[in-house]
Design a protein around this ligand. Structure first.
Ligand SMILES: [Zn+2]
Length: 85
């Protein structure tokens, strides 16, 4: 794996896994990639949705939650990653 190599990753613009070119690396680790479809540069997400990115599923759930007001959102929302040491 090296700069310029093509790698699969999730593109948040294309909203799907696309071919990306590696634009930044740290040792063996890919730091940044550029989508070959829309040229969007972003951090390499290891082809996962990522933690804070809203996935289509989450967006869908959010819409559902706003529609179904009678049902309060799950407790998960209150526990936003607050890491204090
Ligand atoms: Zn893209």
């Amino acid at each position: 794996m090296r700069l310029g190599d093509v790698i699969d990753d999730h593109c948040s613009r294309c909203k799907r896994t696309m071919d990306h070119s590696i634009v930044a690396m740290m040792g063996e680790e890919v730091l940044q990639v550029r989508c070959r479809t829309c040229n969007f540069e972003h951090k390499y997400r290891k082809n996962r949705g990522g933690k804070k990115e809203m996935t289509a599923q989450e967006a869908f759930n959010k819409v559902l939650a706003s529609v179904a007001i009678s049902q309060p959102p799950s407790q998960r929302d209150s526990g936003k990653t607050k890491k204090k040491k």
